[in-house]
Design a protein around this ligand. Sequence first.
Ligand code: THU
Length: 161
Amino acid sequence: MVKEERFVCPYKVYDREDELAPQDAELMRRAHEATKNSYAPYSKFYVGAAVRLANGVVVTGSNVENAAYPSGLCAERVAMFAAMAQYPGVALEALAVTAHSATKTIDEPVAPCGACRQVMVEVEQLSKQPLRVMCQGETGPIMVFDGIESLMPFIFLDKFL
Ligand code: THU
């Protein structure tokens, strides 16, 4: 017997930053600011991320590329790893990501890549609370995921090991 099933992926869409809770709007502002620190001479796709920790601290990250392409790292992982390295044991409660490009206007939300989502899974587990992920383009609506499960179905978990 075959059962057809569906994965439900709830998220919210906000038309503007000022509709977010003030600290989430501020986190998105910090992500936009972080795009300025992006080192992306190859893709010219400038990504910024900002994570807010449970102690209120915000840590930002930008994508850092390399002539040996796979050696670079996404903005989200730069931000999450920096936060974990600087504040070990402190939960991460929210992450904002945005980007702009030298070649086109990005007016739809920038969704994190799969590898970053996999890292978010472990960050959320360690944090013992849902990780809110907020995505925006250079302009345009903001997608908000109240926990990584909405972004990452059928997660690979350490329990499989
Ligand atoms: N990039 C990110 O920083 N985050 C993502 O979620 C997707 C892609 C970066 C990696 C690379 O520097 C550039 O964007 C183009 O892929």
